[in-house]
Write a protein that binds this ligand. Sequence first.
Ligand SMILES: Nc1nc2c(c(=O)[nH]1)N[C@H]1C(S)=C(S)[C@@H](COP(=O)(O)O)O[C@H]1N2
Ligand SMILES: [Mo]
Length: 387
Amino acid sequence: MKRRPDFHTDITRREALGGLAALPLMGGMPARLQGPAHGQVVRERDPENLEYPFETLKSYITPNEEFYVRSHFKVPTLEVGSWRLEVGGAVATPLNLTFDDLVKLPAKTVTATLECAGNSRVFLAPTVSGAQWELGAVSNAEWTGVPLSAVLEKAGVSAGTVEVILVGADTGLIKTDPKPPNAIHFARSIPIAKAMAPEVLLAYKMNGETLPLSHGFPVRALVPGWYGVASVKWLTRIVAAKTPFSGHFQTVDYAYWEERDGIPNRVMITEMLVKAEISRPTVHELLKPSTKYLVTGAAWTSTGDIAKVEVSADGGASWADARLTGESKPFTWRLWEFEWTTPATSGKHTLMSRATDSSGRTQPMTRDANRANYLINHVLPIDVIVR
Ligand SMILES: Nc1nc2c(c(=O)[nH]1)N[C@H]1C(S)=C(S)[C@@H](COP(=O)(O)O)O[C@H]1N2
Ligand SMILES: [Mo]
């Protein structure tokens, strides 16, 4: 499998070429551009796209100021006082809720891991379009809000409703064909069954704090088990629909090809795929020979639990079980560790991790070209240098 050898250095250079050249680089290091806080990695300044430095993974919960940020348009500044949530479409009673109306409804807290469907894109060769995420377009937080089902029940969803469309306040022009002629809002749909599921929230708190601006202030959708794209930020409108929605962000973008009867079908990205990532060591980390090293990481899936994580140090020929640690909760990542004795021989060695979930789903060894620039859950090689 081909992969660019040192993605840290490579990304910094490519970002600089991509119009960020005016930004200061960190004192001569091959370091990546640093974000506003806690060393988040800047993938794009405007709109803001920040990566969680996955190699710093220690705790189950990601602090708000380290949680990755993925935004497609300029961040809309909404005020709590004038914010409204319009609930319409196929409903008996259209609603226009204020923030106070919403927070008066019974609240619920759900821990959920969000992963961007483009996470780990830097591992793809040749390079594909989109932000060149390494391992950190994934984070885990505790979200508090009102179940979407409570609001839908209040509005009275009509029989025959198949989907609920979630619309954000942010807008912009799509620059690549096929493109709508005018600016569009960020919008995604979920099937009615998922919309009514108890874990799906209209969240206004993140890790006990007011939902930060970058993460959708004042209210975002939270769709646990699905790729981050479904969790619409700056939510202002909900539409109950009797026919499937085919908006830009689930047909042209955030979709992939799936072969059915030998025919490629365009399919929207929905549930997260099972995946394990290594937080330490990092790519090209220098390790001493014949020494104990604690390999660490996290693993996640959509529904069910992580059943096992395995580690291979010989290119996938043999695998050994890692130890699952910390909390085990639905819709969240599971931390893991593996005590490895580094090889006696100097040179380049490759570490791999592979997760299997409680439904028996596991990670493929090779990349499926139909997935283009999304759904990167094949086993990722982490090359380290033993010397
Ligand atoms: N309104 C709106 N919601 C959005 C987006 C966006 O650009 N606009 N990006 C989506 C994508 S692709 C992801 S991965 C997640 C990221 O959420 P975060 O920025 O809180 O990590 O938000 C989703 N919700
Ligand atoms: Mo995403």
